[in-house]
Design a protein around this ligand. Structure first.
Ligand code: NAD
Length: 478
């Protein structure tokens, strides 16, 4: 399938981006070129900032109940266009169509949270001394830049878009240059929902435009989602110029399996966590810590993994480079003495020979010194480490520099509670391998998985995307 060249969306219109360098957008499904995306420069950013500032004059002064009406209309449009959005996600990201559909469901959920914001930001008022009243108001911060990764072209941009604009901000989205089509469609739908020109804009590009956003004096806040080195750099650069910044980074998620775990539930759940979205989820299982003898779980997990077929119920990875990096991790682990129980290195899909596929891969006897035990692989690969008891398993999990998710599989409530209390991760699962909090609970990790304070969604996002004004008034008796 071929699409017209992707365009920036600025001031309520798609703009041609004459003269900007263009990058090819390749479908991971079959390696075909889908379209081209512009790499925007500082002049494009300046024009978007001017349009955002103009739009804010009116938008920030509307009541939040009026702004929420746009979120209601947008939610309906997301439902009506769900299939089209899912198809775009499938084509440009390479995940399965069902996984694309699930992204749209999550985007709708966050939009519904945005619809509820008038109830959540009603404010506080108290008579603090006779005749004197203190009142707190939530005000928008202004122009917010949101930079997003390739792995969730629909869901991750929606972590910020509906909440930021409903709270009265103007949002500049810089989607991943690998998946620009879903973002382009998002702009069209927000416009159709009645969002005024300049309140939501899309600027395509790469690292350079992100750095320009961090430096731009009129951008008030930067919300970044991507790999840890980039999240760390963006957080430092944006906060160094006095902006609010939040940088969500990469992950290495540990699943601990105790000997009393339910074999069927655990194996199915771990298999889904490792292979869902081809392992390209910041919440994916990457390391399984087997406590004592859990061989029945591992055997069943291997059986299930063999039934997961690339091109059918397993999508592609994003690029040839990603596939080679993932295979390199497996090769290196094997050469260091690990045992490959299920091997996805030679996966191909008939009719899509130029696509980028890695099959489910399960590797046993991984030791903590191996690179695969500590680094983010971002593919459908599970490294199994062995521990003699829960304390040793916790120590392995705690040694990871990341801290997005961790999970335990057990029937023992006490052990689960102890693990939840000791894991060094922002999101913990008990018999759940992808413990993504649902709205209104916020999404956010710890350690090198998050730079800054608070969660990117849920109630803590209100703190990030607003500033409080305290008004103290005295009126003499009439
Ligand atoms: P990436 O860091 O390469 O790119 C993310 C975004 O930042 C893109 O828009 C890209 O153009 C831009 N970018 C890349 N390098 C940059 C740099 N040095 N400075 C400024 N901007 C830069 O990430 P990716 O490969 O697109 O996405 C996968 C990564 O994102 C994985 O590490 C995954 O764990 C992580 N991720 C984290 C979360 C989370 O909430 N913690 C969610 C989704 C994905």
């Amino acid at each position: 399938m071929k699409f017209d060249r992707v365009r920036n969306f600025i001031g309520g219109k798609y703009s041609d981006g004459e003269g900007l360098p263009q990058l090819e957008v390749v479908s991971p499904l079959d390696g075909s070129v889908l379209t081209q995306v512009p790499l925007s420069d500082a002049a494009v950013l300046d024009s978007a900032v001017v349009a955002a500032a103009e739009a804010l004059v009116d938008w920030s002064q509307q009541t939040i109940k009026d702004r929420a009406q746009v979120a209601y209309r947008y939610r309906t449009l997301l439902e009506e266009h769900a299939e089209e959005l899912a198809e775009l996600v499938h084509l440009e990201n390479g995940k399965t169509l069902d996984e694309g559909r699930a992204e749209v469901v999550k985007a709708i959920e966050v939009t519904e949270f945005a619809c509820s914001l008038p109830q959540l930001v009603a404010g506080e008022v108290l008579e603090v001394s006779p005749g004197v009243e203190c009142r707190v108001e939530r005000c928008p911060v202004g122009i917010v830049a949101s930079i997003t990764p390739f792995n969730f072209p629909c869901m991750v941009p929606h972590w910020t878009i509906p909440i930021a604009v409903t709270l009265g901000n103007a949002l500049l989205l810089k989607p991943s240059e690998k998946v620009p089509l879903t973002a382009q469609k998002t702009a069209e739908l927000l416009h159709a929902a009645g969002l005024p020109a300049g309140v939501f804009q899309v600027i395509h590009g790469d690292r350079k435009i992100v750095e320009a956003m961090c430096d731009h004096p009129e951008i008030a806040a930067v919300a970044f989602v991507g790999s840890t080195p980039a999240a760390r750099a963006v957080y430092a650069r944006a906060s160094g110029t006095g902006k609010r910044a939040l940088g969500m980074g990469g992950a290495k998620n540990h699943l601990v399996v105790l000997p009393d775990a339910d074999v069927e539930l655990t194996a199915a759940n771990v298999a889904e966590s490792v292979t869902g979205c081809a392992g390209q989820r910041c919440m994916a299982a990457s390391a399984l810590v087997a406590v004592g003898s859990v061989d029945p779980v591992i055997e069943r997990l291997c059986q299930m993994a063999r039934e997961i077929v690339p091109g059918k119920n397993l999508g592609a990875v994003i690029s040839a480079e990603a596939r080679d990096r993932i295979v390199g991790f497996i090769d290196e682990a094997e050469q260091s003495g690990a045992r490959v129980l299920v091997d996805g290195r030679s996966a191909t899909v008939e009719g899509c020979e130029n696509g980028f596929y890695v099959g489910p891969t399960i590797i046993d006897d991984v030791t903590p010194e191996m690179r695969i035990a500590s680094e983010e692989v971002f593919g459908p690969v599970l490294a199994i480490l062995r521990a003699s008891d829960l304390d040793e398993a916790v120590a392995i999990e705690n040694a990871s520099p990341f801290g997005n998710a961790a999970a335990i599989y057990t029937r023992d409530g006490g052990a689960a509670r102890r693990f939840a209390a000791l894991a060094s991760a922002g999101m913990v699962g008990v018999n759940i391998g992808v413990p993504v909090p649902r709205e209104p609970f916020g999404f956010g990790g710890w350690n090198d998985s998050r730079f800054g304070v608070g969660n990117i969604t849920g109630e803590e996002s209100i703190e990030f995307l607003t500033q409080s004004r305290k008004i103290t008034s005295r009126w003499p008796d009439g």
